[in-house]
Design a protein around this ligand. Structure first.
Ligand SMILES: NC(=O)c1ccc[n+]([C@@H]2O[C@H](COP(=O)([O-])OP(=O)(O)OC[C@H]3O[C@@H](n4cnc5c(N)ncnc54)[C@H](OP(=O)(O)O)[C@@H]3O)[C@@H](O)[C@H]2O)c1
Length: 383
């Protein structure tokens, strides 16, 4: 029986690469979702014949609904954030892959888990904003949380030997350093979105590409790693690996280090999340060590890239600290992409948000959304 997948965020960078894997593995698509890119979604419907499709943006929903009217075998359509949660919870999928961008993915992650689905998670913001709620729900419902982020997949792969995993002492979380590695604050001050959107190794959605340039992405991944692997942040070392060949590593009590390597192609971690615990041949070419001239390692510059420093402060504060950092960042990145603020303003605003409160203590889902709203308002009040 072919595995059945519900893919949230199917029109994005991870979404389209997930469909490459699904096509190659001859899996069935149970559900698809997008925000507004209806044309691409229609092509995906024609190829993969999902039973359910959700469109979050109401105008885009109406466009798709009109386009599919009267089409034989058309999927059942769902609408908005509520529709996304309904889709994530529907019986019929073996696994839900969440590749929505931003906190918009949190509700669907929780809905998938609470309805008993294993969750392949690319949407790191689910763990960053609601890590406590997501991990508690995973425990309560006995489902599997499968990391899709390349670094977290690498760590997960390195920890498959359960006996060794018990003596994990350190995680080495790698970072490419992004397009501005080695630059000074003076150089960064004039950078525009066109510069920041040119990532040296990965072709990704706009938001995560900006996050890579500011090193916010590494801060978000540090928070994600704390939730996924249970080590305190001081036991997770960020290592700049410019070529993005070594995707992360773990160190054990005997100081032995095990790393996962491969070409920089997200279809390896996506596929592993879908085939776990098995490995099967896939669509990604092998790493050619004869052509790989060098692998370099460096230190991340937190003094210049304040988003990373802000995320570390946010984890130390705990509670809603990471959610506040994420909300401020999502809003600041949106403004940067609209040419309304400068590159260095992103780090300034995220850090100011984190510094503005203690954030500690436990929280509910309503608290998460209120904190996110407050962080976005904070950004507008401090431009
Ligand atoms: N790209 C990568 O290589 C990579 C690597 C590791 C982790 N990740 C993580 O994976 C997630 C997705 O990244 P991406 O680069 O694939 O992003 P992306 O290319 O921007 O795609 C985002 C997807 O989410 C949908 N979406 C956007 N806003 C939404 C909303 N408000 N509600 C529901 N759906 C919405 C988009 O629909 P439309 O197309 O209709 O706008 C699209 O399908 C992020 O959390 C990112 O950090 C990405």
């Amino acid at each position: 029986m072919a595995k059945k997948i519900t893919l949230l965020g199917s029109t994005g960078s991870i979404g389209t690469q997930s469909l490459d894997v699904i096509r190659a593995q001859k899996y069935e698509v149970f559900g698809l979702s997008a925000n507004s890119r209806v044309e691409l979604l229609q092509k995906q419907i024609a190829e993969f014949h999902p039973k359910y499709v959700c469109v979050v943006d109401p105008t885009a929903y109406d466009t798709l609904s009109a386009a599919l009217a009267g089409t034989a075998g058309a999927p059942k359509l769902l609408k908005g954030q509520e529709g996304l949660k309904t889709l994530a919870a529907l019986d019929g999928a073996d696994v839900v892959l969440n590749s929505v961008v931003g906190i918009a993915g949190l509700g669907a992650s929780l809905a998938a888990i609470e309805s008993g689905h294993d969750l392949a998670l690319a949407n790191k913001e689910s763990l960053v904003t609601g890590g406590h709620l997501v991990t508690e729900a995973v425990k309560a419902h006995g489902v599997k949380l499968l990391p899709v982020d390349s670094e977290h997949s690498a760590i997960f792969q390195c920890l498959q030997d359960r006996e060794s995993a018990k003596s994990l002492t350190k995680i080495l979380l790698t970072a490419s350093g992004g397009p501005f590695f080695g630059m000074t604050k003076e150089q960064l001050a004039t950078k525009k979105k066109e510069d920041a959107l040119k990532h040296p190794n990965w072709h990704m959605g706009a938001k995560i590409t900006i996050d890579s340039a500011t090193l916010m992405n590494k801060g978000l991944e540090l928070i994600e790693a704390v939730w996924l692997f249970g080590l305190p942040p001081e036991k997770i070392q960020i290592v700049v690996q410019r070529q993005s060949i070594l995707h992360s590593a773990v160190q054990f009590s005997d100081n032995s280090v095990i790393a996962q390597m491969g070409v920089p192609d997200m279809r390896i971690p996506i596929q592993y999340a879908l085939t776990w615990p098995k490995r099967v041949p896939g669509v990604v070419p092998e790493l050619d060590f004869a052509k790989l001239k060098e692998m370099t390692f460096d230190v991340a510059d937190e003094e210049t890239f304040r988003c990373l420093a802000a995320c570390k402060k946010a984890i130390a504060k705990g509670g809603l600290g990471p959610c506040a950092a994420n909300g401020a960042n999502e809003e600041a990145v949106k403004l940067f992409l609209q040419d309304e603020i400068g590159f260095l303003d992103i780090g300034r605003l995220v850090e100011a948000m984190v510094d503005s409160d203690s954030f500690g203590g436990s929280y509910t889902l309503a608290d998460v959304y209120e904190c996110d709203r407050m962080a976005r308002a904070f950004v507008h009040a401090h431009l």
